[in-house]
Design a protein around this ligand. Structure first.
Ligand SMILES: CC(C)(COP(=O)(O)OP(=O)(O)OC[C@H]1O[C@@H](n2cnc3c(N)ncnc32)[C@H](O)[C@@H]1OP(=O)(O)O)[C@@H](O)C(=O)NCCC(=O)NCCS
Length: 274
């Protein structure tokens, strides 16, 4: 449907966290209020209101070394196909351009139809998987507490830029923990409907799988994980141990690559954070 009236975009503030959560919950997403507060306090979130109701959003979250993530692109069902998402992503891109930032995002199939025409190019692919209940435990190794500096250093080399601020905020939330086992490390945190595992970094797939297995046998789920599609052995291992693939995400980039990632993660921090 073509736009029939002007779209008045506003910048949202931390007080909009609850309204943002209503939008992401409508789409069935896993973000909680703490996630919205992070975007609203550390990033720029644009939105559209109809009266008191927030009907659409898009966030730009600056990271380091000239990179930023676009996410939370949401339009409530009865406002779709009026060009609103395009306009909101344009607002994020304008700001990124003014700040000289390369922007990244992880697109749902519906989102990719909006971003492709704007000039985003595809990079890697992700698969979101859900586990309701783990299969019976075999011999699971004990988990140790991992440390934030170690996680941030490995995450930085996997992304090509530092995300200590994000990981430090995640790890300070109630219910979060950094766990490690052998040569693998991961962050586990609460979401609206499920515990989320990621980022997860390891030298080899068997280490990453053993860590996931130990996590799911050490606490109550359900769980979500966003696995890198090209980590085939890891992805297949998850499916064999009962995880279900829910949906694909396409990572896309707008602008030049600042620093190439050194080592692929096994699972990412989430499509909304990269
Ligand atoms: C994806 C979403 C944000 C699109 O919002 P929107 O305001 O309807 O998007 P726009 O009106 O700007 O669409 C621009 C173009 O993208 C394409 N497009 C958008 N939604 C589409 C769909 N469901 N199917 C096919 N093409 C679509 C069309 O080419 C559209 O142009 P047109 O309407 O002139 O044909 C919205 O459907 C939504 O909130 N979905 C659920 C959450 C989600 O997946 N968000 C994206 C996260 S990456």
């Amino acid at each position: 449907m073509a736009a029939i009236e002007p779209i008045d975009i506003v910048e949202l503030g931390v007080d909009d966290a609850r309204a943002g959560l209503t939008l992401s919950a409508e789409a069935g997403w896993n973000q909680n209020e703490a996630d919205w507060r992070f975007f609203l306090s550390k990033g720029a979130v644009f939105g559209l209101r109809e009266g008191d109701r927030l009907v659409a959003s898009a966030a730009l979250l600056p990271y380091s070394a000239g990179n930023a993530w676009i996410s939370m692109v949401l339009v409530t069902a009865d406002f779709r196909r009026r060009g609103i998402a395009t306009k909101l992503v344009d607002a994020c891109l304008d700001l990124a351009k003014r700040r000289g930032l390369t922007t990244w995002l992880d697109a749902t199939p519906a989102g990719a139809t909006v971003y492709g025409p704007l000039g985003f190019v595809p990079t890697l692919q992700l698969r979101r998987l859900r586990l309701q209940k783990p299969q019976a435990a075999t011999a699971t190794r004990p988990l140790s507490a991992g440390n934030l500096d170690g996680l941030a250093a490995r995450d930085g080399s996997a992304m090509g830029f530092d995300r200590s601020t994000l990981l430090s905020e995640f790890s300070a939330r109630p219910g979060s923990r950094i766990v490690s086992d052998d040569r693998a490390v991961a962050l586990v945190r609460n979401g609206r409907t499920a515990r989320h595992i990621g980022p997860l970094l390891a030298d080899r797939a068997n280490q990453a799988l053993a860590l996931v297995d130990a996590i799911v046998h050490s606490e109550t789920g359900p769980w979500l994980i966003d696995a890198v599609h090209s980590q085939e052995q890891f992805l297949n291992g998850l499916v064999q141990s009962g995880w279900n693939i829910e949906r694909p995400f396409q990572r896309m980039r707008f602008g030049r690559l600042t620093a190439p990632p050194a080592q692929l993660p096994f699972a990412v921090a989430g499509p909304e954070f990269g």
